[in-house]
Design a protein around this ligand. Sequence first.
Ligand code: SAH
Length: 241
Amino acid sequence: MLYIVGLGPGSAELMSPMAQNALENVDVIVGYTTYIKLVKEYIKDKEVVNTGMKREIDRCKKAIELAENGQDVAVISSGDSGIYGMAGLIMEILASQNSNLKIKVVPGITASIGGAALLGAPLMNDFCHISLSDLMTPWEIIDKRLNAAAQGDFVICLYNPKSKGRPNHLKKALDIISTYKGEETIVGIAKDIGRKKEKVIVTTIKDLDDSIVDMTTTVIVGNKFTKVYNGMMYTPRGYNL
Ligand code: SAH
């Protein structure tokens, strides 16, 4: 069996018992080095396959091969494995190989959900996720989606907001968003959720200092009704209190 396991954002408490069981019981754990570190207590005498980030296709193919040969294998992703994680890649490979291998996707708490809880209740009305990484999605498509989401006044969870190779993507995205929502829109920044350096900031598009934003940060842009209370942010559902 091939398990595709979401580990949650980082801390053991945020990992589901179903994920813990899968990790406990498999023969092999496959994953990127940073995530292997998150599950070190489960490794014991298990085989570990960890190649670098850019080798994710090789890693998934290896995991499929081991599972087809009868071993129980867990491929791990941070957060949820079906959200910019390994579950979709595994399914693409299986489809391309016409494979009948059985898989089990074990859900995890994705970064936006972990971050929203730290920030308050920003996701109480319609929301969406947009990744600002143009490694696999051209920027023209990202640009179009940012415009559409902002025009629809969705609460927008931005993943992959900024990296050394793309230092200006968050700024570009917020410029697009603010043309529809306005610069006073509330923004939450959730950095290193569930990890030692966890930090959250509630601010506005206008006042956001993006120097603290990096690749392990999730940015949640509110809708026009999102408010701040006691340092936390919330999006009213519409109860009219
Ligand atoms: N499968 C992951 C997402 C992978 S994409 C999930 O479901 O959470 C990688 C992006 O996720 C990062 O650039 C960042 O925006 C977000 N992310 C992942 N882990 C995070 C964490 N611990 N804290 C804040 N953001 C995180």
